[in-house]
Write a protein that binds this ligand. Sequence first.
Ligand code: COA
Length: 377
Amino acid sequence: MEATHRPVISSTGLFTPSESISNEELVESFNKYVELFNAENADAIAAGGVEALAPSSVEFIEKASGIKARNVMVKDPILDPETMSPRWEERGNDELSILAEIGVKAARQALERAGRRPENVDAVLCAASNMQRPYPAMAIEIQQALGIDGFAFDMNVACSSATFGIQTAADYIRAGNAKSVLVVSPEITSGHLNWRDRDSHFIFGDVATAVLVEDAAIAPPDHWDILGTRLKTVFSNNIRNNFGFLNRAHPETSNAADKLFVQEGRKVFKEVVPMVAQMIVDEAERLSIDPRGLRRLWLHQANTGMNRLIAHRVLGHEASEDESPTVLDTYGNTSSAGSIIAFHLHSEDLAEGDTGLICSFGAGYSAGTVFVRKTAA
Ligand code: COA
């Protein structure tokens, strides 16, 4: 008889950069930039040729998003009103690149927590929305730095990269092609964020997460059974970044604002909430799980308002912080890593048999669900 392979989550890892920017610091620097811009362009503004910039506000940011602070790899250049973008020394090809470095830190923690040696891992997926370069793959660099034999590749599904990575890893396990797969999501979102754009300058933060997906046959006794995974994509221009190597063909526009993150925030809110809530309920039904009985939702951390609405539609009541924990307040939106940070920080208290949901949504549009159940020794 053919052996069945059951995918589980054996462990997770988290790397948090040491520097953090509060809303107060962010707004102070943004408003200095606005003052400078308006002073430098005073004549053109008076003549009607240039529009004056409006200041940002701490109250708006917190009310609209729930974000109070965000971690970043480097704080000073972002807050310098003359720079307003991250800066670091370019590294040589023989040095570990910065994105791989933080991915390795999160991955090492996941391996340690599972008691897994790198030589027993079969594959590494670098699943993130902000790759440092097209090739060689970040995943292969991470694989080498960890000392893993096997294969590795990058996948970018924007904010849903981690859940798409988990399903891909789970499928390798189910098919018997791998027993242990690392899904690493290093997100240096400060590089794609337009820190000069009042509508979005507060949204993102930097971080790295890792998820070790394994065959139940080799997993540690404490793990999370993966009950089912489901992915969905629907094309939308409402979250978009046009940065890419083909921009070199258009040098005159290659630094324009659309080569950074741009979104129609209200449309995203209106269109994504019902799509994701329905997807969760449909998938729960397929798996014979009562969504109202879910012990915890680890949702993508984009916006507290979106999460509140999605959780309400799934659970049938206003979710408590215990039912749908937020990490958005201190981490900001960390793209694909958000739901994994929530899971990493808020899952140890669950009991054997508790069922929960890791869920992501974002650009593409893309959305992914991973229903899990705790198994304890
Ligand atoms: N400080 C002060 N006021 C600001 C501001 C800022 N930083 N940014 C925008 N405003 C003002 C706008 O000018 C507007 O003023 P008006 O009503 O006088 O025109 C008002 O605040 C509302 O702006 P709007 O952009 O419509 O805000 P919003 O309430 O829709 O909130 C988001 C903006 C982005 C937080 C919200 O749309 C959202 O959460 N969308 C979900 C998308 C998301 O999180 N995507 C991330 C990728 S998954």
